[in-house]
Design a protein around this ligand. Sequence first.
Ligand code: ATP
Length: 314
Amino acid sequence: MATPIIELENVSKQYDDQFAVNNLSLSIPKGEIFGLLGPNGAGKTTTILMMLGLSEPTSGKIRVSGIDSIRRPIEVKRIVGYLPDNLGFYQNMTGLENLLYTAELNNIPKQTARERADYLLEKVNLTESASKKTGKYSRGMKQRLGLADVLMKNPDVVILDEPTLGIDPEGVRELLKMIRKLSEEEGITVLLSSHHLHQVQQICDRVGIFVKGKLLADGNIESLANQLFKEQSFVIHVNASPIDETLIQEIKEIPHVKEAVKTKSGLDVYCKEDVSPAISRSIIDSGASLYQISNKDFGLDEIYHRYFEGREQT
Ligand SMILES: Nc1ncnc2c1ncn2[C@@H]1O[C@H](COP(=O)(O)OP(=O)(O)OP(=O)(O)O)[C@@H](O)[C@H]1O
């Protein structure tokens, strides 16, 4: 694995007797786009605040670019750009003025600040609205300006908390494309928190599924399926007729088959190995007609829903 830029080691955060984050270990290499995916209250924001040194963990270690977030939070803030979910700008200032103000707060020399602001406004498609007051910006425009704003100080890492909240689908697509492009062009590591599966799937190299303060699994989509459903990594969809109880029973008895569930369009067979040839044989031997047999792909949606609907326990 490439050099990690974000490292969390057995990190926990306890509020009263409740763990908001429970023994989290995570390593994100330089240049990666990592998606922290989980439902509301999973502990995503708490994790982000701890990475930034804005909230102290109850136990564990956090390093960003080798810097201890707990002991040296100011240094960490210098190299991390953070876009919170409730981002605010000075409404009476223009987009450009807001960026220049951020530059001033970060001690960026005037000339460099202006060049960087113009460059970033162009990257986020806001050049034409640069001299418009941000109070008149749409939510999508504000998010794009937010992206430019966190990039003003040339950060090594960008943390985006629910960046697409309240933006229409077209705006979401545009913003995600922009994040991907900027990460590639500027070699930035991105940590993106979201509860939107499709969005995370579109741009992230790796995803961590976070529930009730625990990281249940992390990896690319394929490896997530394997981690979460060790016993049922394949779903084979069968379209045949007739599918009666005797046939379902026979299919269930094929080695590696864990379950067979009747659906509107046929039968879904959950199994540990790809046993489609054996399933086809059973169907034909039973005298039924086989119209189609295919492997269902695991999208993140499928993974997420199967997991949260408790399928893994069946
Ligand atoms: N300051 C606090 N005091 C007490 N409990 C807190 C505090 N901050 C967060 N929590 C609790 O910790 C848990 C995790 O919250 P957190 O905001 O990190 O989740 P999240 O995944 O970011 O959710 P959301 O998407 O809704 O923001 C929740 O149960 C929340 O109620």
